[in-house]
Design a protein around this ligand. Sequence first.
Ligand code: ADP
Length: 496
Amino acid sequence: MKTFKNFIAGKWVAPATGQYFENRNPADTTDVIGRFPLSGPEDVDRAVASAQDGFERWKRTPAPARGDVLRRVGDLLTERKEEIADLMTREMGKPLAETRGDVQEGIDTAYYAAVEGRRLFGHTVPSELRAKWAMSYRRPIGVAGLITPFNFPLAIPTWKAFPALVCGNAVIFKPAEDVPHTGTAFVEILLEAGLPPDVIQLVHGAGEVAGKAIVEHPGVALISFTGSTETGRIVGETCGRMHKRLSLEMGGKNAQIVLDDANLDLALEGVLWGAFGTTGQRCTATSRLILQSGIHDELLSRLLDRTRELKLGDGRKEATEVGPLINEAAREKVERYVEIGVAEGADLLCGGRRPENGKLADGYYYEPTIFARVEAGSRLEQEEIFGPVLSVIRVETPDEAFRINNDVKYGLSSSLYTRDVEVAFRALSDLDNGITYINAPTIGAEAHLPFGGVKATGNGHREGGWEVYEFFSETKVGYVDFSGRLQRAQIDNYPT
Ligand code: ADP
């Protein structure tokens, strides 16, 4: 079995703990990818010390030169797109079409970041005093700890690492335990592109040990975290206590609303992709389908037909439409929620079980599942499941649909299918989400727009687009007085 290493202080090294964990293919658990370090606080200490050295150098490298490294990263990701997609599907399970998209998102993010190295705009504004300049500009912050989930093994690390690096920070990266191979390939590419070795540190391991040690380390100035709301709360408490800058991206309970006047063909394609793409394991996955009563029965019946035909299987086989869940704990969580749904009296119309007759028995498969007559306010309707389970809710009016959309603790994405432009624009302003799609599913964020959610989904920051650069840099203001005398703001420029 292949043994992988951490990348700390410019070298590929074994963990100080001497301990490892196994990484297996979720589509076939007899396929072992390798063993990866179970790092401890000592490994994190060494990574932080080296990253602090790296930061001192990197922050003085001109931002356009930092961007040039990311352009080369984009080129290398483009060359290796197929190879990375394949290794990603092997450890994460989603079909190749999706892992190719995951790599493409990394490529897009790289080229965006490369150009941002020539922008990183501040403002120059008039001073209220004569012969004086006033301007704001951006400075790097320090060592950034990046903690990422399993569902976008490359894209999410790139969303965090590229802006962090272009802004002049050093990075400590801890990939999710289920996808350490993609994390390793990512760091290899950063190094090959010419990133100074002490500017990137890769520390594998368990969240509660290695992740926790990064969050709690006084030498790590900022944390960018994507994962569950429960873990985000723990990370947030520590960062609050230690006054660390923190970006959180957490759970969702996203709804697709379909009104009576919608194009049903389009709405059907949208919900199939939104609910069962990535086996429902996206933070933007559609887990609620809110149907207006006039089209409820027709759309539901067409949806059931199509869902029963979805091809479950190994994501590395081209015909596969839905891969396995990431691990047994994820599958058991889905099973618990199916039991909850049944106990709450919702109608289980399809799925609700593992594949039968020993089919696909080597992987963490679960059949795409649909519940109808789901009550607004029930646990099935309110809580994040992170699996292929869709709850269908019937409503009479757009207002009722909007209210149900908003009446959950999360606020990541929402989707509305209608041909009525007035209702569409009302949705854009009234739905409590960070992203609203009109006539498109709840998933599909583009790398050059801000991404994030409101309420329990996030803490006000955004990833992607132009906004993430604000998170990874500190605004500083400079005044230059060339009048040759003391000029007192608010005093000398007004008559007494
Ligand atoms: P998910 O269920 O999406 O994997 P988690 O919140 O469990 O979400 O994990 C997201 C990331 O957070 C993973 O990299 C995991 O190792 C890490 N993590 C888990 N617990 C902690 C913790 N206490 N402190 C820091 N990181 C953690």
